[in-house]
Design a protein around this ligand. Structure first.
Ligand code: ZN
Length: 312
């Protein structure tokens, strides 16, 4: 049995044929267009090219957005065209295959639970840190979705009253301090504070628009003092946020995923220290282990395909 998993992201649509062991046998990709019909065309074309080469039983779509509890409808996706769109039925009809929708962090958590870093965790939390923060909670291998399918929405927990403005309309959200985007904001703020200090990052940031989280991480790796401070800030906010989340869910294992996790040697130990000092009752309770994800960029594809296979 194989299924096609599709990661529908803000910039690209990536698909893979996945077997029941979580192995990716073949891949295809396209760019994400801005229109709703065009997006579904790209998904059908990418899936169609794979289905022409492989016998597949089902399709799973991992979407960066709110998916309704029945997993047929995308309610809202900030970086995609869909609004209350019955995506699963429309695409199933066009492809002639069963289609399942899943929130991308949920799909990644399922993949990590079956084949990666969350394996065996009774209460396992995945925190995906990229442009923003996505979260997923697994209880004995089952996703906890909340009453309306949107839990756990971690990125917009307000950590800083009257803090940085967020696209969600609030101020001080966790992901405004702990994400690839936040790393750039922090670095730019710090460069303004230390104006005149000529560091590699300062030269890189002459064109502030071109600065990325990846560039800040690379500068920190090269020992740039301001980039290292920005990274220390990210570690602090990661630890503080995880302490808050751990007070609510008391997980045994927390897996850090997403693009920022690739730089984990630069921040994870410090984040653990902050976590340990901020979690309630530290020293008198067992603490969650915190580690990085194993499946990288492929987790959404593998997880969506695995869930589609399960339900096919
Ligand atoms: Zn927000």
């Amino acid at each position: 049995m194989t299924a096609i998993g599709v990661d529908v992201g803000g910039t690209s649509v990536r698909a893979g044929v996945v077997d029941s062991h979580g192995a990716i046998l073949d891949t295809a990709r396209g760019s994400t267009p801005s229109g709703e019909a065009e997006l579904e065309d790209v998904i059908c074309s990418v899936v169609g090219s794979l289905a022409a080469r492989h016998e597949v039983n089902a399709v799973g779509l991992a979407v960066a957005g709110f998916v309704a509890n029945d997993r047929r409808t995308v309610m809202f996706a900030p970086h995609l065209a869909w609004r209350a769109a019955p995506v699963a039925d429309r695409i199933a009809e066009r492809l002639g295959l069963p289609v399942l929708l899943e929130h991308d962090a949920n799909a990644a958590a399922v993949a990590e639970y079956h084949f990666g870093a969350l394996r065996g965790a009774r209460v396992g939390l995945l925190v995906a840190i990229g442009t923003g923060i996505g979260g997923a909670l697994l209880l004995d291998g089952r996703l906890f979705r909340g009453a309306h399918g949107v839990a756990p929405e971690l990125g917009h927990l307000r950590l800083v009253p009257d803090g940085r403005p967020c696209s969600c309309g609030k101020h001080g959200c966790w992901e405004r301090y702990c994400s690839g985007t936040a790393l750039v904001t922090t670095a730019v703020d710090m460069l303004a504070q230390y104006r005149g200090r000529s560091t590699a990052l300062a030269r890189e940031a002459r064109d502030a628009q071109a600065l990325t989280g990846r560039k800040v991480a690379a500068a920190a790796r090269d020992g740039d003092p301001i980039a290292r401070r920005a990274m220390a800030e990210l570690a602090r906010w990661l630890g503080e946020g995880l302490a808050l989340v751990a007070d609510v869910y008391d997980p045994e294992l927390i897996v850090i995923a997403g693009g920022v996790s690739e730089s984990s040697p630069l921040f994870l130990d410090a984040a653990r220290d902050h976590y340990q000092s901020m979690v309630t009752g530290a020293g008198h309770r067992p603490l969650a282990r915190i580690r990085t994800a194993h499946l990288g960029d492929d987790a959404g594809i593998v997880g969506a395909a695995t869930m589609a296979l399960d339900s096919a």
